[in-house]
Write a protein that binds this ligand. Sequence first.
Ligand code: DX5
Ligand code: ZN
Length: 210
Amino acid sequence: MPSIFGADIGNIQNDVKPLIELGIEILHVDMMDGSFVPNIAFGPTQVADLKKILPFQFDVHMMVENPEKFIPQLVDAGVEYISIHQEATAHLLRGIQLIKKLGAKAGVVLNPGTPIETINMVLDEIDYVLIMTVNPGLGGQALYAPIYKKIAALKEMIGDRPIDIQVDGGVNNENIKACAEAGANWFVVGSYMFSGAAADRLATLENALK
Ligand code: DX5
Ligand code: ZN
């Protein structure tokens, strides 16, 4: 799944055109508040504007403190998937329940240094877990290799629950297979996806997964 943060926003219609032609259905959209992460990107108004002009389902990754505040605006904008960081709220369960009550799919995100045990209590409430494979806030960083063990441990903790495991940060053709072997089944790709022809990038990633 492409991350819009890796695209050229000034040229967004052109950047996403090949993705539409390739049948990509979901776009990953990063929100950053300049406080939870050292960068600012896409407030709810911009997400809503983008949703109007782009023909994708949106997976909004909220790198935002107290994310509950903005969840209703995102759902009103038509966002289908919303993930909130475990570290960004004292009320994780409340945030998840709000997302679900409003009718979107709910995900929880863990920074690289956050143990998986911190979400054990909410596993029966969520649709997906996003494992950050870099420190969040910037595109183009290298994947933190010790993370594979964490993905595998999460997969085991999830057991037979219908929960997807998403990875985000530094994912490319060289490490996507290792992420999949560890248990991930949903791959966010930013700079790698947009640093070449989308069709080639997608084909290379799919080949790497074989
Ligand atoms: C990083 C963001 C990512 C980012 C990934 O904090 O959450 O979604 O776009 O970009 P790459 O694939 O370049 O690491
Ligand atoms: Zn992201």
